[in-house]
Structures are given as C-alpha cells and as structure tokens.
Design a protein around this ligand. Structure first.
Ligand code: DGJ
Length: 733
C-alpha cells in the first residue's frame, strides 16, 4: 500500500546503482527514457543550454560545438532554466530580488550527477549558481524509461546572508523548436470541466492559469498537449509533447513563441500575488512538472501519462475503487437512518460494492439540513441519525457492502459553532467584507492550528466507526478576498495554503494508508497530479448527465487515467441539465470510468433495476481493463459530432472492451465503421455485445481476426441519438 513516491525515495536511498558527479566546463547532459532524450550542454561561458527534447539520440557528443548562429550581442541561446538578467529578455523561469534591490541573476553550471534509482528510474540533478550572489538552483529531472516520462522540479537555495525575494520560481522551462505548434488545453467551469480547446500558437505569449487558490482546476487545467510540425492534432500520428503540473493551487503555464520561432514553455506556481521570501539558508522546492513525448499522436501521449500515473503518480492505483451508490442526488440533505439503510439494501441487491453517505450527516446546534448551516461542526446529527454512523457502517458491512462518508474539512459556514469559536481561522483580508461562496468561508490552511483541525476532522470521522472504507473530501469554494491572520507575509498565502494542504494529506496517509479517498471540489475542481499523490480518485464533475459526460470524460482522460475518474449514473431528467437519456446510455457512459450510481433506487422501476444489475455485473467482468488497460480513443465527439468511441486493451492484448455512442441524430444514415486499435493483428478475437438482451450488431457472438478489426473495423447499429454499445473482446487460444 506504500505510496509510489515513497517507494522511489526508499529505493533511491537504499540502492543507488550508479552515481556520477561531473564538474566540467563544456559538460553534456542527457536525460533519457526508452524512446526520448532531453539533452543539455554548457557553453564556454558556463551557461547551461537546452539542446534537444525529442527522439532518443545515443551519442550526445555530437552536440559538441553546436551553433544556433544567434548574434552574440542579441540575447542568449535557449537556457535550461532562464533567469531574468544578463542578456536574457524573454519570460524568465526565475526572477529574484536580492538584498540590495537588484534583480539580475546569471546562472552558471556547477556540476551534475545521475543516479540510477532502479531499472526504470533515473534521477539527474544539475547544480547551477548565480555568478555574483550565493543563490543556487538545483534542476532535478526524473526519467521513467518505460513510460517515456520526464518529471522536472527545481530547488532554489539562498546561500547568502540576506533574504532573497523570489518573484518567478517556475518548476521548469522547456524550449521547443518545431515548424508548427498546435496547442490543446482544457477549460471549463462548474459542471463543464475539461472541455477541449485547440489552437495554433503564434508569436507572443499564450497562458493557461488559475488564480483561484482552491477549486483551482475548474476553469483551466494545469495540463496540455502540444502538437508539433502539424496543422492540427492526430490521435495516432505525429509528434506531441504532453505536460501536466502537480500543484493543487495557483498555476501558470505559458507558451512564448519568440522571434526565432522557438516556443518556450514555462510551467509552475503562478507568480500572481505570490512573491516568496527565501530566508538565509532556506530552500524552496517547486512542484513537479510532468512531461512526455509521443511520436504517435495524442493517443500515445495519453497512454504514457496514464502508465506513469498508475505506476508512480497517483496514490495506490493498484486499488480498484469499488462500484458505489452515493446518496447525494438521491437524497440530498433529506434523509434519516431508514433512508440510508434502504439505500444500502439496494446497493447489495443491484450488486454495487459500496455506499457513500454524502453531505448532510452532521451538525447539531446548526444542523446541516441545507448548505447554509453546520460546516465545521463535525458531530453526527442526532436528530437525523440517532443510531449514529457506527450503526450504518455495521449495517453495510453485515451485508457485504463497504461504507464511505463525505467531509469538507477546509470549510466553515458562518452559521456554525466553529465560525464563532475561531474567527481567526477564516481566510480574509483585514478590515474587508468576507465574501461567501455557497454560503461558506474558507479555513486558512497556512495556519498549523488549522492544519491540525483539518487533520482532526478526517481522523475523528474515521473514528466514528471502525472500518470506514472511503472518504469523499469536498471543497466547494475558491479563494476570494484572500488573507491570513496567521501569516506575517500575505504574499505567502497562496503557496503556504497548498503546502498546508499537503502537510495534512501527508500526515493522513501515514495514519490511513489504506482508506480510499476521493478528491472532490464541486466536481472537478481538484483534478491534477498534486492532489492525486494522496487521493485515489477524483470526482470528475458534478454534471452527471451522460451526454455532457462524454465531453468531460473525453477531455479528462486525455491527461488522467480512467481509474481515477469517478462517473455516476443518475436520474432523469438530469438534475444539472434537465436532459433525458436512456438508462443504458447513462450506464454505458459511466462504465468507461470508475462506475457508480447517484440516485434514489426506490424511484427506479423493476426493469431498470434489472438492467442496472446486468450492467454492474458486466462492468465487473471488464473493469480491470478500464482501470489498467491502454486507452485508445477511436472517434472524437468533437471531430465526429455524431458518434464517440473508445476502447481499453489489456497489456497482453488478449482482452479489450469497446464503448461506442451515438451523440446526435443524423437521419439514421450515418452508421459508423469503427476501426479498433491496440489489438494483436495475428490473434483472433471473439466479440460479444454487453448490456443488451439481444445484440443489434450482426457480428456479436462471432470471431474476427485482429487484422479485420484493425483494418476494417466494426459497424454497430448506432442510429438514434443516445444509442450505445459495449463490446467485450477476448482472444481465442
Ligand atoms: C459538491 C459535490 O461535488 C457534490 O458531489 C456533493 O458532494 C455536494 N458538494 C454536497 O454538498
């Protein structure tokens, strides 16, 4: 159950197999994965220059004497970590103000070393130092060979006597040279997360960022794909760089196309209102920026990131999060013990594996019967649940059902005992109105006392009954009118909030390594790899409507693997959009992620319950593919407009599951022929349609060659809007 990152550190310390320390002018450094090289080298002035990111190059000595023909009196060649100062004039990765008020830094290469952590992981550290001051910068690159992923972060140390103000302190700088650049990034809002935007880059700066502090990924996501040398994106062909930042707060990723047509990618903490004072002897460690390079389009880029995420980036992704019923859309705040035990019975009857009690179970002086009361007062509401949470947990466990519960520990309602007791814990700007969002305020996690409190909320909730299996951690507002009564320097608020959040999560994971924890922030407000170091999964969106989910899940799974994306079947008309879709379509869409339900089962007909049972049982047959298989997107809902299709293939290519959907009515004339990917063309596969009594696809029950499926494809009868099919493929022995 150990966190993958802890494993790496452990291995790193215990069995460093190879370590080389190089001090040299004209050093050449290669960071390599199975298929990719990142190459840097020093010039005769000792500057560390970026030479290559792309296909693997064996003999790096070929870069000796490399010339870009830049006029020597005009700027610098691409620096590995450009600082403001010297001849550099573009957006700097580092901008520091020294004790004397000066703002120039000129980083010079000092040394580097490479450590082979294990058979797959190599860590390269490059030490730079300012020519004049004692500011040191350690660039750290961790290369994951099999996944073709390179993770970068930076450690900035003030070796001088006076404090240094860090104004820009990005995680990484990546100069890229290509003929054309096409950017895909992800935008949205509540209930509309991870919509895909694509655009060609041109000269100037394109930035994606968040200044929201919390719920920081609702509007933009700290991730992207950059297609190179092409006019658009191809799912299966062409060169693509994908990047994702692991930071649960304000981020900024900018793409500056300079006058040489090079694009410089800066990624890291947003400098907005975050000038950071680095005291004498202190080191600031930036968040990690994750990069991969694909030579086979966006599809391979996603698969690389997913493999890395499952092997290293996400908290214990070996756990297959159970199928579940969440109480929120089925009961909201209106329930008693019987409502919940009935739901638990339905969980068991339909073959789901867990019941999750959402909001509304706590607060006595200010009972949590609506969103206006009780946040902060984490005692069980005795009027609603006189038998207590323990009774519900036992009731579930006796029926073979796991039990999960909701908390929102960073928040407080003005109408709560906590708000009265600890007004000093509330995020606010002195002397100004404290705005509410969803009638709640934010607690100041930069304050260690608040960190203890938040830790305690989780800890006490776990103590409500032995054996709580799952916690849903929600956060339903972002930061406004920011300020901290605790902090001496208000500029540190955004950074120290996230550091406080991480401290709490680190402590919790030490105490509760096995409990499954979901990151929810009004849906997809915390979908990023910083949170996923500690959380097993995310609540992808509050929008549970299946057509909207097609687009939300398509975008989210570009960067994040399906094993972390919770997706629920809910009632119709949908509570968010009012749309009415067939139950089968809702199941077939939700089953492409971590499947759950979120409705009142009592309102389902017997036929609907029968269908649910069938769909849940078939999901259990193939979910290991959704959780651990390779994702191939077969048709894009954006490009096709009529249909959407995807599949997951087992690593040994012997099993696969295909999902296909009709998302628009087109006169019953456009029947898609969907070519499958990722199969072994030499194998024969039986194909069986799931979630139907009788298949409408002529080929269901037959055996086809991998060559047929790959070169010709299947043509399921998807004619009406919301028709959908799920096919299970198994290789014949
Ligand atoms: C917002 C979440 O995204 C929902 O799933 C639900 O947990 C509500 N909060 C509860 O208040």
């Amino acid at each position: 159950m150990m966190n993958a990152n802890l494993k790496i550190v452990g291995t790193f310390l215990l069995c460093a197999m190879f370590s080389a320390l190089v001090h040299a002018e004209n050093a050449m450094i290669s960071i390599e994965t199975d298929n990719v090289s990142m190459i840097m080298g020093t010039d005769n002035k000792g500057e560390l220059l970026f030479r290559h990111f792309g296909g693997r190059i064996g003999d790096i000595s070929q870069f000796a004497g490399y010339k870009t023909y830049r006029r020597s009196d005009y700027g610098t060649d691409p620096l590995a970590y450009p600082a403001a100062g010297g001849r550099f004039f573009n957006e700097p990765a580092l901008l520091a103000e020294y004790g004397n008020g000066h703002l120039n830094t000129e980083l010079k290469y000092v040394s580097h070393k490479s450590i082979q952590v294990d058979g797959n992981v190599t860590r390269t550290e490059i030490l730079l130092q300012d020519r004049v001051t004692s500011l040191r910068v350690l660039l750290v690159y961790t290369a994951y060979a099999k996944e073709d992923v390179i993770v970068c972060h930076t450690e900035i140390t003030n070796g001088g006597k006076k404090p240094v103000l860090l104004k820009n302190y990005y995680s990484s700088s990546l100069p890229v040279m290509a003929g054309k650049y096409h950017l895909m990034h992800f935008y949205g809002s509540w209930a509309r997360e991870m919509q895909v935007d694509t655009e060609p880059l041109s000269h100037g700066i394109k930035t994606i960022e968040s200044k929201k502090g919390v719920r920081t990924t609702h509007t933009e996501n700290p991730s992207f794909m950059l297609g190179l040398n092409a006019d658009g994106f191809d799912e299966n062909h062409g060169e693509v760089i994908a990047g994702a930042l692991a930071w649960s707060g304000n981020f900024k990723i900018s793409f500056q196309m300079d006058e040489t047509d090079r694009v410089n990618i800066l990624a890291g903490i947003n400098p907005y209102a975050s000038e950071y004072r680095l005291d004498k002897g202190k080191t600031f460690v930036t968040p990690e920026m994750i990069y991969t390079y694909s030579f086979a389009g966006t599809g391979q880029a996603s698969r690389n990131l997913h493999d890395w995420a499952r092997n290293y980036g996400c908290y214990d992704s070996s756990v297959m999060c159970p199928t579940l019923l969440n109480s929120w859309e089925g009961a909201y705040f209106d329930f008693n013990t019987k409502t919940l035990t009935d739901m638990i019975d339905d969980v068991r009857d339909m073959g789901l594996e867990m019941f999750v009690l959402d909001d509304g179970w706590f607060g006595n002086a200010y009972p949590r019967n609506d969103a206006k009361h009780g946040l902060g007062d984490w005692e069980t509401n005795v009027a609603k649940l006189p038998e207590g949470i323990g009774y519900l947990v036992d009731y579930a466990h006796e029926r073979g059902v796991k039990f999960g519960i909701w908390i929102e520990p960073e928040m407080v309602n003005p109408e709560s005992e906590l708000a009265r007791k600890h007004p000093e814990w509330i995020v606010k700007s002195e002397g100004r109105e404290v705005p509410t969002i969803r009638t709640q305020w934010l607690l100041d996690l930069s304050n260690p006392d608040v960190q203890d409190f938040v830790f305690g909320v989780f800890d006490r909730t776990m103590q409500l009954a032995p054996g709580i299996d799952y916690i849903k951690w929600d956060a339903n507002r972002h930061v406004e009118s920011f300020g901290s009564e605790y902090l001496e320097r208000q500029n540190h608020f955004f950074v120290e909030y996230v550091q406080g959040f991480r401290n709490v999560l680190r402590r919790l994971r030490e105490k509760y390594p096995e409990v499954i924890v979901q990151a929810c922030a009004s849906g997809g407000g915390r979908v990023e790899y910083g949170a996923l170091k500690y959380f097993n999964e995310v609540w992808t969106s509050d929008n549970t409507e299946a057509l909207s989910r097609v687009f939300i899940q398509y975008g989210t799974n570009m960067i994040y693997p399906a094993c972390v994306t919770g997706s629920h079947v809910s009632a119709v008309p949908n509570h968010q959009t009012g749309n009415v879709t067939p139950l089968k379509f809702r199941f077939d869409v939700a089953s492409a992620g971590r499947l759950g339900m979120e409705l009142q089962p009592k309102d389902m007909t017997d036929d609907e319950k029968e269908f649910a049972k069938m769909a849940i049982a078939s999901y259990k047959e193939y979910r290991d593919l959704v959780f651990g298989g390779d994702l191939y997107r077969l048709m894009s809902p954006y490009e096709s407009g009529d249909h959407y299709a995807l599949m997951y293939v087992s690593k040994d290519k012997k099993r696969a599951v295909v999902f296909a959907y009709c998302i628009k009515f087109q006169g019953r004339t456009l029947i898609p022929v969907i070519r499958l990917h990722g199969l072994d063309t030499c194998l024969k596969y039986s194909i069986r349609e799931l979630n139907v009594k009788k298949s409408r696809f002529w080929g269901s029950g037959k055996v086809f060659g991998g060559d047929y499926l790959t070169s010709h494809g299947i043509n399921p009868q998807l004619t009406k809007i919301y028709d959908s099919s799920v096919f299970y493929l198994e290789a014949e022995n």
